[in-house]
Design a protein around this ligand. Structure first.
Ligand SMILES: O=c1ccn([C@@H]2O[C@H](COP(=O)(O)OP(=O)(O)O[C@H]3O[C@H](CO)[C@@H](O)[C@H](O)[C@H]3O)[C@@H](O)[C@H]2O)c(=O)[nH]1
Ligand SMILES: [Mn+2]
Length: 703
């Protein structure tokens, strides 16, 4: 078995030409394969570094016995008990505790950036429930292993035998009782006093002032190395740890990156698994075999030593049929498979397996493989480990710079991933037929736009950072991969051409000034070609990936909205940030919604609701195009020179303006026709009507 604890540096010599060629070829091949087989990306033997796939799977199962498998530490992050409800968090925790993997090799760590005793209470309940749940899962081969998801999927249960049926009823009752207790506490906003008396861990909240001001709270709820930590069938339980790192108002906590770095250090002293897995608290494990699958790459005897991380795609469970907000990230399936062929996909946070050595830096990686801690009691161990999660621990160290996840960027994952790849490591994108993780996508337009603002802002910062894929990465990663990264990293400045094309041609149309070649001109052909080819390809790709035509249309709308608002704000904020006028922020995406919001989401009715300034931009854009379109129809067609002449000279502009009007029908409805709570607020309507009128009249008459 390869000794994974030793820092393995793969070939870092500069890439020779043929390697670049090969990478390009691989990328091209991935594309061709994809064209030939729409599900190339989702089968077990797909495109790229893929000699590994399939054959490797059997290797781990055959070659490595359980006691030879590496330790795996799983990091679950949560940050707010209101928008990330404790019951959801522990379902994710339970799903990863129940992996089909030797439990003595598993450590599960929950980082709670809210330092909430409600989340702690829920985890405490989960640690008891796990004693029943894990043996149940293993005995009956349960999938998925998130209890909530499993019971949802078993609405019409079928059983093997009476024993199975009986156990099912018992375990369901246990779960429902636990769920009630947790949800009651969450509703009340506090843990019942009698529950608090039952566990000494709650005393750690005595000195708690607020979520931004408290000591480190660390509790080893299950110690896997303790002979008494057994489930009801007598098997060992995985280690389970609750951590709320120290927070002080005067210390920046660096969001998820800070949480992950604290987890890396704390876990290194408790279970010190050689492999780490990070999941967001909403991304439960949907496949109990995923660890073994990821290890097929990392432990592959031929190529495994080059691989730093294995990224699974982010798939969302709550996406509706026509995916109103384009949440499905379909591009991941195609584009990440292509990047896989160019050296590996980016690290995109949740659903990524890493070698600990690479994340933790050598100091923390090399230290020890074996858990050597039996000399001290659990309490002593906790006290010894706590300082690693303190605010001051990282002062004057390389943490957040050369060690761990990088700070200062709202997409800590992308920047950390590219820095790993520029050191010569490869990564793997693995998209098995059964999804490894399922999460929750935003259910309203404002949330979608805010999430994309964070992503595009972060990506643009990566572009401008010292790890820029354009400059720094040159000659360190393949050219193909460099270009792929740039596509994402330049999302934010993409707002400029988008805004230009959605305002200027329409305003000129109103004035009767053509901006594009006439139909009869040979220069019309390239424009027509680009438009037809691009949209035909994009529709075909969308349908191949399992989308619907209406879904594709919805994606065009959200494409426009993201570029005209999220990316614009991200672009401005990045510039302000680099001039020192702004601070990095991380707005956490809500994972729950009110009943009527959820109902509209199910019915695919667009949810506006708040008076976000982003909406003013979008409404002005929609209204300007409506005025221009109506204006040109009235002026030229009804009263003026007639349809044929106008179409001949200004077809492209009319089409562009017309499509913008069509794509915005949903928004006009939200502005003027809807009465429900999810409509566009009247203040936005008034403001945008005034702005749009002003823009059109001043352009039409004054300019
Ligand atoms: O101060 C913070 C803020 C966030 N989180 C956690 O970070 C995760 C991701 O946050 P979320 O609001 O769900 O953001 P998303 O945009 O859905 O997350 C995607 O994008 C992030 C980078 O922006 C990655 O870190 C995530 O893994 C990836 O799923 C969640 O589990 C949060 O609890 C923290 O632990 N501390
Ligand atoms: Mn999320």
């Amino acid at each position: 078995m390869p000794d994974l604890a030793v820092q393995i540096e793969p070939h870092t010599e500069t890439r020779t030409c043929w390697k670049v060629g090969l990478a390009w070829f691989a990328c091209f091949r991935a594309l061709v394969r994809f064209l030939l087989d729409p599900h190339a990306g989702s089968s077990v033997e797909p495109s790229a570094p893929n000699r590994l796939r399939g054959q490797a799977l059997s290797k781990v199962q055959v070659l490595y016995k359980n006691d030879e498998l590496p330790g795996v530490d799983i990091f679950v992050c949560t940050a707010d008990p209101t928008i990330e409800p404790p019951i959801m968090v522990i379902n994710t925790v339970l799903s990863v505790m129940a992996y089909d993997y030797p439990p003595e090799k598993l450590g599960v760590y929950l980082s709670d950036d809210a330092g909430s005793d409600l989340t702690f209470y829920a985890l405490l309940e989960a640690s008891e429930f796990a004693k029943h749940w894990i043996p149940f899962c293993k005995k009956f081969d349960v999938e998925p292993r998130s209890p909530a998801a499993f019971f949802r999927s078993m609405s019409l249960p079928s059983f093997r035998d009476a024993d199975h049926a009986g156990m099912f009823v018992t375990i369901k009752k246990l779960y429902k009782d636990m769920e009630n207790r947790i949800e009651n506490a969450t509703r009340l906003g506090q843990v019942p006093e009698e529950e608090k008396l039952k566990h000494k861990g709650f005393s750690q909240w005595d000195s708690y002032l607020s979520r931004r001001d408290h000591d480190t709270i660390l509790q080893i709820l299950i110690d896997g190395a303790d002979a008494n930590a057994k489930d009801i069938s007598g098997c060992t339980l995985p280690t389970l740890v609750y951590l709320a790192r120290e927070k002080r108002p005067q210390h920046h906590h660096n969001f998820k990156a800070g949480a992950m770095n604290a987890l890396i250090r704390v876990s290194s002293k408790i279970s010190n698994g050689q492999i780490t897995l990070n999941v967001d608290c909403d991304m439960y494990s949907n496949n109990s075999k995923s660890i073994r699958e990821a290890l097929c790459f990392l432990m592959d005897q031929e190529n495994g030593r080059e691989i730093a991380f294995v990224q699974f795609p982010q798939v969302f469970e709550n996406v509706t049929k026509n995916d109103l907000y384009g949440s499905d990230l379909r591009y991941m399936e195609v584009e990440f498979s292509g990047m896989d062929g160019c050296g590996g996909p980016p690290y995109t946070g949740s659903g990524c397996f890493h070698r600990r050595d690479i994340l933790g830096g050598s100091e923390f990686g090399r230290e020890n493989n074996e858990i050597k801690r039996r000399e001290s009691s659990i309490h002593d161990l906790e006290e010894k480990v706590k300082p690693l999660a303190s605010c001051t621990y990282e002062e004057n160290t390389q943490w957040g710079k050369e060690m761990g996840l990088k700070y200062g960027c709202p997409v800590e994952d992308i920047i950390t991933g590219i820095s790993i790849q520029t050191r010569g490591w490869k990564s793997v994108f693995f998209n098995p037929a059964r999804h490894a993780f399922l999460g929750v996508a935003p259910t309203t337009l404002p949330q979608t736009l805010v999430q994309h603002k964070r992503w595009s802002e972060g990506d643009f910062q990566v572009f401008l950072s010292r790890y820029s894929p354009a400059w720094y990465a040159h000659n360190k990663i393949s050219l193909g991969l460099q270009l792929c990264y740039c596509c994402y990293c330049l999302w934010a400045p993409n707002c400029l051409p988008t805004l230009y094309y959605s305002f200027v041609p329409s305003l000129y149309l109103l004035r009767g000034i053509p901006l594009f070649p006439q139909i009869s001109s040979p220069w019309f052909i390239p424009f027509a070609y680009v438009v037809v080819a691009k949209y035909t390809y994009s529709l075909a790709e969308f349908l191949w990936c399992g989308g619907t035509t209406l879904g594709w249309w919805n994606e065009q709308r959200i494409w426009l909205y993201k570029r005209a608002s999220s990316y614009l704000y991200a672009f401005i904020d990045t510039i302000l940030l680099s001039l020192g006028f702004a601070e990095t922020a991380f707005v956490i995406t809500a994972k729950v919604a009110d009943n009527d919001v959820s109902e509209r989401y199910e019915k695919e009715i667009m949810e506006f609701g708040t008076s976000s300034p982003m909406f003013t931009v979008l409404s002005v854009l929609a209204l300007v195009n409506l005025y221009c379109f109506v204006g040109v129809v009235m002026k030229e067609v009804v009263m003026g020179e007639g349809v044929v002449k106008v179409l001949h000279t200004m077809l492209v502009q009319i089409l562009l303006c017309g499509v913008l009007v069509l794509v915005n029908l949903t928004l006009y409805r939200g502005l003027f026709l809807r009465k429900d709570k999810g409509k566009m607020p009247s203040s936005v309507a008034v403001k945008s009507v005034a702005f749009a009128l002003f823009a059109c009249t001043s352009f039409a008459f004054l300019y």
